[in-house]
Each structure stands twice: as structure tokens, then as C-alpha cells.
Design a protein around this ligand. Sequence first.
Ligand code: 3PY
Ligand code: MG
Length: 259
Amino acid sequence: MENRIRTQWSRGQAALSGWLHIPSGFSAELMGGAGFDALTLDLQHGLLDFSTALGMLQALGGSTVLARVPWNEPGLIMKLLDAGVNGIICPMINNRSEAEAFVGACRYPPNGYRSFGPTRAALLWGNNYAQQTDATLVKLAMIETAEGLDNLEEIVATPGLDGVFVGPNDLGQALGLGTGLDREEPQMWEALERIARTALAAGVMPGIFCATPEYAQRMQALGYRFLALSSDARLLGAAARSLVTAFREGGLVEKVGGY
Ligand code: 3PY
Ligand code: MG
């Protein structure tokens, strides 16, 4: 089954992902029709549980869909893969052994320890699902802790890992800079350059969560190849506020940010 993230990568291009925080099949359909290369179901900070995520996945039809899990916990990773997601983003990876535990949960033996039972995934991918997974699923480890940044070189060298994904809020917090997206602080920028350079040198793809298309383009220029852009909740909230402000105050349109 095609994974559009990998298709973009094979062309030397970045993949753009929508980000889903609203637990609704209909809002998922709306986002699915917007032209992103992929959609990410955020089970960490979004309001989705497994059941709503499953309905959203079904509503997304033939889209490439990743899930961000709440934590590095193999049970939920395996359930989401069995439900048919095309890859997993795992938060707060600190070191090589955590990265190996994450990647191993996504891979069948002998490469990993994923239990076999692709109940919905096999319906989508056919009976040779297991043989396709290593070449198809995308596994991204989040770099967003001080320890993860310190151990970047050993994390990117984890066999089977496809990329790293920066969480600017948590990483900024870990560096003593506070939360926020689309960061400009020199210390943050230095970390972002190092992450992109180190990942690419190891043959894995760097990714980052961005608030605005302008910043996402700058990250693309820095080498980032998985760009998550804003979220359904943030887009809806900002659009509604703009509409009300335009009516009350005449024409002021709020810039749409992230989260
Ligand atoms: C962060 O900013 O920490 C994130 O995890 C973004 O999704
Ligand atoms: Mg985070």
C-alpha cells in the first residue's frame, strides 16, 4: 500500500501533514480533503481515544494516516497499527533503548516484537500485510527532551527508525526557553539545525511541528522532510475568532497559528 510520506521522500521532497485534535469523523473528512500528503491522529494531546481514532481512520478513506501515541507504550502502538495506520509518532524518546523499544513495537520478529493480528490493516493491505510493513510503515521518534537531544546521534542510528520529529513546545521547555511554536531563539535554532543535519547524515528524515506555512517553508529549507502544520482545532478556533472580529471591529483577520 502506498505511503504518501515515503513517496514524497523518494522524490527528495517534504511531506506535509495535517494534525487532528478534534474527535470527529466529519472534521477528519474535512481535513482529509484539504490536500495534505498525510494526516496525523494525535492521541497524545488531541481529544481522541482509540475508538474515536478508529472512526476517524475509517472516515479518512485512502489517506496516509499516522498516529501520535500518548507514550512509548507497545500495547496502544500495536492496536493502532492493527487498525491500519501507516505509521507512528512516539513522544519523548530519550535514548537508544527507548527508541529500540518503540521501533520494536512496530516491527514483527525477528526485527521487533510486534504481535501478529492486523485485523483492519490486512483488510486494507491484503494478506501479505506483514511482509509490507517494514518498507511501508513510518516510525518517527520525537526529540523534545534535553536527554533526547544529548543522545541524538545514538537515537538516529536505531535500526528501522525512519525519522525524528521535533516538538518545539517540549524541546523549548527542556532547554529552559519555555513553550511556543515557530521558534527563533538562537539556542533553539542551533538545536534545530543540529537535529536536521544529524538525522540526514544518518539517513533518517527530520520532522517538526510548525504553526505557519512560512515557518514550515523555512524548516523545509533547513532540511526538514516531515512538516506537521497547525491543527484542526487551532484552524477552527482561529477562523471563528477572525469572523467574529471582522464583524465587530471591521476586517481584522487573525493569523492562524499552531496547536
Ligand atoms: C511539542 O511542541 O512539544 C509537540 O509535541 C508538538 O506536537
Ligand atoms: Mg511535545
